[in-house]
Design a protein around this ligand. Structure first.
Ligand SMILES: [Fe+2]
Ligand SMILES: [Fe+2]
Length: 171
């Protein structure tokens, strides 16, 4: 279908990989650079989710009013998570564009053939995001409680996102 990968998206302040380019391997989490790599990765995932939810409302002509409003609401929610992470990165002096980011998640949205498949795909993506947030909280809570708390709060809110995303499974 190619409808997501062909869309013109402004990825700033991130720097996506060029076609065929491999993203650099994340550095050790015991270093400030490694923490920066994780924050950049998660923030870019929020950005991709935000753009996907806002585009989906236009991309899937078979979507219902109920699905479109659920996705637009989730787009706003992911924009909020993105802003928390970018603010924390700024506090820590981490440049979002320092390293190139994989567009694998973004390109995978092309596999959704219609509104229902996208709804299923995103419910699962929300659950993976929730688990990742919890894991980052556990990993960071003793070394960087401020960043850890952001991940905890994101994981907590993903529970509500999953509920909204699942409501879009029913047209
Ligand atoms: Fe999120
Ligand atoms: Fe979410």
């Amino acid at each position: 279908m190619g409808r997501f990968s062909e869309a013109e998206i402004n990825w700033a302040p991130f720097r996506p990989c060029a076609p065929g380019e491999k993203p650099p391997y994340p550095r050790s989490l015991q270093t400030p650079e490694g923490l920066g790599d994780r924050l950049r990765f998660v923030a870019f995932a929020e950005k991709q989710a935000m753009e996907a939810f806002s585009l989906a409302a236009n991309v899937f002509s078979d979507s219902t009013e109920h699905q479109r409003s659920a996705w637009l609401r989730l787009a706003d929610e992911e924009a909020k998570h993105l802003s928390w992470l970018l603010k924390r990165m700024e506090e820590l002096g981490i440049d979002p564009g320092e390293r190139s980011q994989s567009l694998a998640l973004w390109n995978s949205f092309d596999r959704c053939e219609g509104a229902h498949q996208f709804a299923v795909f995103m419910s699962n993506a929300e659950e993976r995001g929730r688990i990742a947030g919890e894991q980052f909280f556990e990993t960071l809570k003793s070394t960087d409680p401020v960043t850890a708390e952001i991940f905890r709060k994101i994981a907590e809110e993903e529970v509500e996102h999953i509920r909204i995303a699942e409501s879009a499974l029913r047209p």
